[in-house]
Design a protein around this ligand. Sequence first.
Ligand code: 5RP
Length: 235
Amino acid sequence: MDRVELLKQQAGIEACKYVTNGMKVGLGTGSTVKYTVIELGRRIAEEGLEIVGVPTSLATEKLATKVGITLVELSDCDNLDIVIDGADEFDSEFNLIKGGGAALLREKIVAQESLSMVVVADERKMVETLGAFPLPIEITPFSHQATIRQLTKLLDCRVNCRMAGDNPVVTDNGNYIADAHCGPKITDPVNLEIEILKIAGVVQVGLFNNMCDVVVLAKDSGVEIKNNPNGRIPN
Ligand code: 5RP
């Protein structure tokens, strides 16, 4: 396993310490939180951990089923205790860019239903100012080029429709993803989220503001727990 993969595994496994018996757990999407899902499956099998999970993507649903996590519908739950998910970037205010894996809409719905959010990341994801990672925005296929024009005007930067070969990437919800190359200058993500969501054709934006309580950050020197001082998980 290479260095980055090892860091992802360390963060993914360490985050499982926040999961205890009886919890309803949101299961994020991506190559880091994959290790969380696998570890939760191990604890269920080997330690008798009793939890139910809500996946944030079809890929996570498949993995969670494979490792033996009982899945439930979010609509049937009265809040989730916790969601554990990855991030493409996080800043010192614990605001996030997510959606690199095109799962941002379900991830945000699950995060908004969760009483706490733990992010698993390696140190490459920590930034001073959000935006070096192209900001993912889920948009409707209908008139998507017109929506992209609106986004370009608002953001004053290059905005691409994410492609898989010759065709747009299609999300689990049947939508497309626009990637906005803002550059590392998103100094007011709260306001930017509001402005982007005003555009008709935008389904959701991958800015997750004021949602993350803890970042489990894997570094070469070890795993650091970064607690959001304004978060919902006590130190
Ligand atoms: C998917 C996401 C992921 O959580 C994000 O892209 C981080 O993924 P990874 O752990 O693979 O770097 O937002 O939509």
